[in-house]
Structure formats: C-alpha cells, structure tokens
Design a protein around this ligand. Structure first.
Ligand code: SF4
Ligand code: SF4
Ligand code: SF4
Length: 673
C-alpha cells in the first residue's frame, strides 16, 4: 500500500495504481475526456494534468502511477492553466452548437428547441413542463413577446424562422384549463421569508421560483391586481386578462401569497417592509412616462403613454376626443394608437422622428396599426403643443431628416431648418419611454440615470439582503421576457444567499457554430405557418384578440420545421462541462476549422466529425471492449479523422446491437439514432 495526499485529502492506494484511480476511489474528481476504465491508458486529451510537489513536471493523472508520500494538487495554478489551454485548443477546432441559437437569444434562456420538439410530437404537457423551467407565464408571454428568439432562428437561412411565440402560445393555452396539467414540485419549507415588491413579470417570476425552492414568498403591489405592465400596459386585444389571471393563479398555487393596494415607500415604509422578511426583491418596474420636453406639455389632453394605457385597463379611459396624436415608434406607441382607435377616435396619428425602417416596434404591430387606419407621420417631431382655454388643440411638428448613425446604429433625426407642419388634435399621447420612480427606496443606491443599481451577477443592491430586477434596475425598461430572465436568475442567487453561500449568476460558456445559407442548401423549403388575424374593419371596433393563434394542426406542422440546432448531448457532454469549468477562451486559438459533415455508416449511430475531438476513445472501445476493431484513424496530423472500416457488408449489423462507442464518446460526436 502507498499513502499520498490529493487536494489535501489523505489517500491510500495499491502499488501500480494511477493517480486518477486513487482519486476516484476517494471521491475526488479529476477531469478527463479520453479515459475509460475498460481500456488501456492513452493520455491523448491532456485534460487530466495535475501538479505534484516532488516534481516540476505536470503529470497526466490517467497514466501516471502514484508514488508513496506524493502530495498532489488537481487544481494547482499550472495544472489549471495547462488544462485550460488543452481545452481551448480542442474547442478552437470544435464545430458544434451546444444550444440552439433560439435559446441563446431568449433573454430568459427558455429551451425553445425542446418545447418546440414536444409540440411536434403532440405532447403539450411536456412542452409546458420544459418552458416553465424558465418562464412561469408562457401563455401570456406567448401572446405578447416580440420573440427575439425568432430573429436568430437558423431557419432564417433556409426561408423563414420558426414561429416560436405562436407555438408557445398554443401549447400554453392548450394546457391552461386542463385537469391533468403539469404541476411543479416544491422543495421542503426552508423557514425563510421573502418579500417581492412589484407583481409584474420580473417580480412574479422571482416569487414563483423562490416559492418552489421552499421559501415563504409574498408579492406586494400598489395596483389592485397582479400582473404589472402585462395587465396595465398591454391592451386586452393583445393579451386577454383572463389568460393572465389564470397564470397568476397558477403562481399562487405554487405557494406565492399576494398583497395588493399596498404602496411600499409611501403607505408602508421600506424599512418597515424589510423588517418582515429575510430577503427582499425589488421589481418595481418603470411606471412614469418620459415627458416630451416641448412647450405646451402641461396642457389638458396631454397624457403619458403608460398612464393612458393604465386608465383604459382600469376601465376609466382618459378623455382623448376624436383626433389623437401618439408620439413614439415603439410598442407602447403602437398599443396607444390602436387603443385610441378602439375607443372611437376618428383620426389617429403616429408622430415619429425617424422612418419606418428605424421604428423599434414589432413589424406586425406597425402593419396591423396601419391596417386599422392609423396615419404615420414619419420624420416629424413635436416642436410645440398649442392650446386653447387650457386644452391642447394642435401640435406644431418640426420636419426632420436623417443624419449620421448614432450610438444605436440608427441614423439620427436632424431638424430641417424652418420647416414645420401643424396637426389639429384633441389629445396628445407621449409614448417615448418609461422611467423609474424610486421614491421611497432612497435607502438603496441609484445609478447616474436615477435607476436602482443592482450588481449584474448577484442582483444585490447597496443594501445587504435587498435584491432588484427588471425595468427598475441598471439599463431601465426592456421587454417583459428580459425582466422574467432576471427574475429567474435572481431567484437562484437569492436562494443561495438565504442558504448562506451566495452563488452569483455566471453565463455559461457554450460552443457555437458559424454557419451560412450554404450549410442548409439541401434543406427542403417549407413555408412558415401563419396565424390568421381578424379583419381590421371588425377588430378595430372591439378589444377582442386580434390574432386567432395556432390550432393544434398548425402548431404541430410549424414545430416540425425546426432544424433541431442544439446538440443532443448538452447536459452529458464532458467537453463542455470541463471547458465551462475552465472558463476557456478558445478565440485565442481561432483559425480555420475543418468543416466536416455527418454520416450514418454505423447504421444506428450518426457520426458528426465537426464535434469529434480525436480522443480515440471510440476506436479503443470498439477494439478493446467490443472486440470488433471497426473504427480507425484516417489521415495524419491536422487532417486526421475517425472512420469506420467494414471488412464485409454484414459487419455493420454488429453496430446495431453494440453502440458501445457512442456510449463512451465524451462529446456529442456520436449520436444513437
Ligand atoms: S459536443 Fe459538447 S461541446 Fe460540442 S456542441 Fe455538443 S454539447 Fe456542445
Ligand atoms: S430551427 Fe429550431 S432549434 Fe434551430 S434556431 Fe430555429 S427554433 Fe431553434
Ligand atoms: S467520435 Fe471517437 S474520437 Fe471523436 S470524440 Fe467521440 S470518442 Fe473521441
């Protein structure tokens, strides 16, 4: 027997045992890619290197026989650096997508590829289970999300993106009132109490995941009902509030308690509120409309976009008259102008200082507003609001032209000197932005823009135990799914903080492919399935939903168009696990990648050469474990590839029942099909 120390742990081993074997028996992990206990030591990947105090050389743990009295460090600085370089070199020639671009583009990280697949298979219950890992309001978000996922969808390189938001809407609506709908499991009670101030998408999300982790969570909101901007900022024709109500009720079923009509910071002091809880999450949103900043703004009949939409949601709409000018080019402006149409305004204008090409609003929203008769006054900006007897009666417009691009990359609007227009109006709605009102929360620090400053990795504010997410923090107002993404990540951090070991959020490293349309040239062109809208003449007279959404057949047909871009092995892949742990930066070694394809000569196994890291484990397993020797290396040096070599046509049948190479492969290069 020999005695040695690994990572400070006293270990014993038998003569002839390797460092890796001894470490594993003592529960100490040493990363490896190419090692398999069933095969002879090979030492190809260089990932298992460790340091030992008796030698300046780095040792390969898989093939170094341990000696008596050795002191071994798995994560010494030199070993870590060498491991990192080994992984970076492997990754620099690795051609695979760990996750679908859709998932990477979703601010909440929802697994679009997985739930789209379940819809294609007809299993909406499983689809909802998957989406609720990151998003507790899938039906509501399926109605309103501007779907950044679709912009990055790989199907854009074939013809049109997958209609991910419509698929999500269908599957969530399909399950919403089902008796056998999926219900989440809750962890045992922790005895910790969390208060969430603000019942919008970010606050509700943080509350839901914290409740599932066993905490006693209360959401407190100043409005009569929960939902925040989803309820008070998005019109009924885009998101029926019965849908939102049903999902808010599901969050309550998970154990979240609600307190409405309570204004923390004025009715109840923040300090008083904090004293009730072990941790507090601020999700107070951005409820103040940005002013226009032109003369006449104080006149009657001039409203903020959010204030106007909220008045309609509370069934007490502002007096807008018959001629309405809405200023702005974003989705709030579209919501405001289309709501004005539905309230009976005869003439509704959009005043926007750039052109249609620069409008931040959804293309569908712009199109539908135009169909409903809204007139777009592009390249104009309010110079003055003109009143009569204290009420606005006209807006003087400065004519603009486009100049040089600004920081956002869009061309800047520049006034055309001396050129003005006038519009007769009964009201003006300023939908040019939203701001945070931090009154009552002075105890937490604000950034230069007057917005709550929260650490980007821990979500903690200046005050210990007080976290903040969503529109009220850092960069300000954003889309609902962005607040949901922060709410989910913050829930993990708050949970870890409550358990005494705070784990800041860290974006994981993933491998990404660079592809062009040529990579998909052989794909069949399949038209995107379109959800139908009610005719404009009919829908502009009511607040019923504009779009009919997908039925089951449409959703399944559309879901089947998915290219399934993300790797089947993410979650099991040793390469990405070690690369992420080592915080690799493979761009340091970036060069031309060997563009390799997939093939299925192994009958039940698809081989993706782009994902192969040449660890030769499959070759050794086929030879030494399966006793077949069907795989071998072809070529030399940089051009080496692993290929099957069948001696006789019936040999391929062996693979159908064996599959040992695919099971051993440490990456997703071999996929059992
Ligand atoms: S093989 Fe591993 S690293 Fe490569 S794409 Fe698949 S999961 Fe990512
Ligand atoms: S084709 Fe499917 S997996 Fe690929 S990006 Fe689009 S939705 Fe995601
Ligand atoms: S295919 Fe073979 S050589 Fe390539 S990574 Fe998998 S086991 Fe290693």
């Amino acid at each position: 027997m020999i005695k040695l120390t690994i990572n400070g742990v006293p270990c014993t081993g038998e003569q002839g045992e390797t460092i890796l074997e001894i470490a594993r028996r003592h529960g100490i992990e040493i990363p490896t890619l190419c090692h398999d206990d069933r095969t002879a030591h090979y030492g190809a990947c260089g990932v298992c290197v460790v340091e030992a105090e008796h030698t300046p050389k780095l040792l390969r743990a898989c093939s170094t026989v341990a000696g008596d009295g050795w002191v071994v460090h798995v994560d010494g600085p030199r070993a870590k650096q060498a491991r990192k370089i080994a992984l970076e070199l492997l990754m620099s020639d690795h051609d695979g997508d760990c996750l679908g671009p859709c998932r990477l583009a979703c601010p909440a990280g929802t697994d679009c590829q997985a739930y789209v697949k379940q819809v294609a298979l007809g299993d909406t219950r499983e689809a909802v289970r998957i989406v609720k890992e990151h998003l507790p309001l899938p039906a509501s978000i399926g109605h309103v999300c501007p779907h950044p996922c679709e912009k990055d969808c790989r199907r854009n390189l074939v013809e049109e993106p997958i209609s991910i938001a419509n698929i999500k809407r269908f599957m969530a609506m399909d399950m919403l009132d089902k008796a056998d709908k999926w219900k989440p499991e809750k962890a045992a009670p922790t005895g910790k109490k969390v208060g969430v101030i603000g019942g919008g998408p970010g606050g509700l999300t943080a509350a839901y995941y914290l409740a599932l982790k066993g905490h006693d969570v209360t959401v407190t909101d100043f409005m009569p009902k929960m939902g925040g901007m989803l309820r008070y900022g998005i019109p009924e024709y885009r998101l029926p509030k019965a849908v939102l109500d049903a999902e808010i009720a599901e969050i309550a079923e998970a154990g979240v308690k609600y307190e409405n009509n309570v204004t923390v910071g004025s009715g109840v002091s923040f300090e008083e509120y904090r004293s009730r809880f072990d941790a507090v999450v601020l999700a107070i949103g951005a409820w103040k409309s940005t002013p226009l900043g032109c003369p006449g703004e104080e006149l009657e009949g001039v409203y903020g976009g959010i204030d106007f939409l909220r008045s309609v949601a509370l069934f007490a709409p502002k007096d807008i008259g018959k001629r309405v000018a809405v200023v702005g080019g974003g989705n709030t402006a579209m919501d405001a102008c289309r709501t004005a149409v539905r309230l009976g305004a005869e003439k509704v204008y959009i005043i926007y200082r750039r052109t249609r090409g620069e409008m931040p609003a959804n293309a569908d929203e712009i199109e539908e507003a135009m169909e409903e008769g809204v007139e777009f006054k592009f390249l104009t900006n309010p110079a003055e609001l003109i009143g009569e007897k204290g009420r606005v009666k006209a807006v003087k417009l400065q004519v603009m032209e486009l100049g040089e691009p600004d920081a956002s990359g869009r061309r800047s609007p520049v006034p055309v000197e001396g050129k003005f227009e006038a519009l007769d109006v009964d009201s003006v709605i300023a939908a040019i932005g939203q701001r945070v009102d931090p009154a009552g929360f002075e105890a937490v620090g604000l950034n230069k823009r007057g917005i709550i400053a929260a650490d980007e990795a821990t979500f903690m504010t200046d005050v210990e135990g007080v976290f903040a997410v969503g529109d009220a923090t850092n960069k300000g107002a954003d889309i609902a799914i962005a607040a949901i993404g922060e709410g989910g990540k913050a829930a993990d951090v708050v949970d870890s903080w409550l358990r005494g070991d705070m784990k800041p959020y860290r974006k994981p490293f993933v491998s990404r492919r660079t592809v062009t349309a040529a990579d998909y040239a052989d794909r069949e062109r399949l038209a995107r399935v379109k959800a139908s809208n009610r005719p404009a003449a009919e829908r502009k007279g009511d607040f019923l939903p504009v779009t009919n959404g997908f039925d089951r057949e449409q959703a399944m047909r559309e879901a089947k168009r998915c290219l399934e871009c993300g790797c089947h092995d993410y979650g099991e892949c040793s390469l990405i696990k070690h690369a992420d742990a080592a915080r690799v930066e493979p761009d340091r070694f970036a060069g031309e990648k060997r563009r390799r394809g997939s093939e299925t000569r192994l009958a039940v196994i698809e081989r993706d050469e782009g994902k192969c890291v040449l660890c030769y484990l499959c070759v050794r397993v086929c030879d030494e474990v399966a006793g077949e020797g069907l795989l071998g290396m072809v070529g030399r040096g940089f051009k080496t590839v692993i290929k099957p070599e069948f001696r006789g046509t019936d040999r391929v049948k062996v693979c159908a029942t064996c599959k040992k190479c695919a099971e051993a492969c440490p990456t997703g290069a071999l996929k059992i099909i």
